[in-house]
Design a protein around this ligand. Structure first.
Ligand SMILES: *Cc1c(COP(=O)(O)O)cnc(C)c1O
Length: 388
């Protein structure tokens, strides 16, 4: 669990070798597993022994992936999901009862926002929101029925940073479960549990895969809470496929080196943008100009792979900039080897009113760049010609 062992854990955590003594873990594409006899079957179903029964419950590949994430995040236990959203949904659904209340940062991933506003209210679960620049108001939102405190940091797409230590203290004082979506930072850059978070959720689709291939998600935390999430999930069926778990476990072997390079490239891109006359401002956690630079330094090892900036000229300038991009991709994903550029005001967040967009820091000209692993001079050259 120590930071020193991060890369070793990511590479050397491996399910037991089979009789073939393979060096690299094979894929166990098997929906179910056999029992020795009736007694073995009975004892297995009674959970008297830890073993694989059926891949909706556990599978060797998903277990390997989960064990790695647990070590990286410093968590006791976890469960792997088919997507990041199934991890988020199942975590809330398993831990909440009708009538419970959530306090969340306003700026959360789009589908998580829909979960809070459109679906959880069907089961009488309401959410109150705090703004990233008004974190001090968190305590005012807490009600007697509040059970969960939720946030993502850095946020999408405005790249704001929330103070994990502060949220950890609030959660402790009010006996709330603090859940952090650590997708943007990855456990390599930030370990929310060290700052008082109970549960960490991930979309493994992003930097954990990092190569734009598979969808996946994972939730880790204390054994008792994960047990509830596991029981909910093994009955409702959002399990990660063994193939995707195998891909993701392989991906974790290179997470540290990939994320190091993502951060190195992103910082150079951020510095370039900050010096460009067509740019109003740049948001990158490790730029001194970032409003939460000190917090970012406290809780993150490096600045991450996402840079947000505002082009001069509003929505039209943002659209024109995207149309002028040559090499970088216009895509909805992020955390890929390929650099991806998006313009939230005309795409992902176009259905929000201007006022609602401003509430979460999405101005008309805001562009989000997920900086990839191409030669950084080529990334900068593309952005430069598009800005011109
Ligand atoms: C993408 C994303 C999700 C959802 O993950 P999927 O794998 O697409 O379901 C959740 N949270 C954040 C912060 C994300 O970026």
């Amino acid at each position: 669990m120590s930071e020193n062992n991060f890369e070793t854990d990511a590479i050397r955590t491996q399910i037991n070798r089979s009789e073939y003594l393979e060096h690299s873990a094979p894929i166990y594409l098997s929906s179910s597993f056999v029992f020795e006899d009736a007694e073995d079957m009975r004892a297995s179903f009674a959970e008297e022994k830890e073993r694989n029964l059926y891949s909706r419950f556990t599978n060797p590949n998903t277990s390997e992936f989960v064990e790695k994430i647990c070590k990286m995040e410093g968590a006791e236990a976890g469960y792997a999901f088919a997507t990041g959203m199934s991890a988020v949904f199942s975590t809330f659904a398993a831990l909440l009862n009708s009538g419970d209340h959530i306090v969340s940062a306003r700026s959360v991933f789009g589908s998580t926002h829909s979960l809070f506003t459109k679906f959880l209210p069907k089961w009488n679960i309401e959410t109150s929101y705090f703004k990233v620049d008004e974190v001090a108001t968190v305590e005012e939102l807490i009600q007697p029925n509040t059970k969960i405190l939720f946030a993502e940091t850095p946020t999408n797409p405005a790249v704001d940073v929330l103070d994990l230590e502060f949220l950890g203290e609030v959660a402790k004082k009010h006996n709330l479960i603090l859940i952090i979506d650590n997708c943007f930072a990855t456990p390599y850059l930030q370990k929310p549990i060290d700052f008082g978070a109970h549960i960490v959720v991930h979309s493994a689709t992003k930097l954990i895969d990092g190569q734009g291939r598979v969808l996946g998600g994972v939730t880790v935390g204390p054994a008792d809470l994960i047990r509830e999430i596991y029981l909910f999930s093994r009955n409702t069926g959002p399990a990660l496929s063994p193939f995707n778990a195998w891909v993701l476990s392989k991906s974790l072997e290179t997470l540290a080196v990939r994320v190091d390079r993502h951060c190195e490239n992103a910082l150079k891109v951020a510095e370039f943008l900050e010096s460009h006359p067509q740019v109003n401002f740049v948001k990158y956690p490790f730029l001194k100009s970032h409003p939460q630079y000190e917090i970012a330094k406290k809780q993150m090892k490096k600045g991450g792979s996402i840079v947000a900036f505002e082009v001069k000229g509003g929505v039209e300038a943002g659209r024109k900039f995207l149309n002028a991009i040559k090499m970088c991709s216009l895509s909805a994903n992020l955390g890929d080897t390929r650099t991806i550029v998006t313009h939230p005001a005309s795409t992902t967040h176009s259905k929000l009113s201007e006022e609602d967009r401003m509430q979460v820091g999405i101005s008309d000209g805001l562009v989000r760049v997920s900086v990839g692993l191409e030669t950084v001079e080529d990334i900068i050259a593309d952005l430069k010609q598009a800005l011109a």
